[in-house]
Design a protein around this ligand. Sequence first.
Ligand code: BTN
Length: 245
Amino acid sequence: MFNPIGSSVIKIDELDSTNVYLQQISGLQTVDEGMLIWTERQLSGRGQQGNSWYSKEGESLTFSFILSPVFLYADEQFYLSKAFSIAVNQFLVRKFQLKAQIKWPNDILLNGNKIAGILIENIILGNKLKQSIVGIGININNRVFPEHLKATSVYLNSHCNVSLKECIDEIIPLLNEMYSLVILKQWKEIDRLYFDSLYGYEKVLRFYSDHYFNGRIVHVDNLGYLHVETDAGVEKYTFKEIAFC
Ligand code: BTN
């Protein structure tokens, strides 16, 4: 089986951002597919939508790996997001017995607080993917967070102090397992696992998009659109168009 993720695992003491570092070195030299870079001291972590990602030395797990998913069409790229959010969620559920859930599109939440985040940066050539840099941040041993963040950690929920290297070693097989489903284009299986862990799936929730309304998440499609059903029918939303209340 092709298990590229973690083909080499490199720890660097301090980096601005593991995503940016991989972007820079892959622009300068050929890097092996699956190379994984991690650091215990990430100084300017990047989050989704231009946000920053908070991390603390020795407490936060911060890593990125590089892939060449040249077999994927641009309109299939959200399956990478689905697959890796399933893997991160499985890691938290299986290793720490936490009741974590995926919040659309790919946040990982525990009791309404964010415990992990994923930032995937793709390069597209024509209608196919050329390169993906997948960055993952998981709050492992964190004791406290800045007040404005609705965040939590493994430590705050299980009181165990965990080795970050051990987490890397244990999450790699889960990431590879999910990536092989992407390689095989097992969309139904990925969807089944994603919807199984999706916060609010098939439940009535309160949303805001121009106005407040109640609706039920009925689908997330291959482009990542959230499909919400109300009495008026089913509407599709992109990330910026809708908020959970
Ligand atoms: C999010 O906003 O939810 C995505 C957060 C992704 C954070 C990780 S930490 C490792 C990698 N390097 C970065 O600069 N960002 C990602």
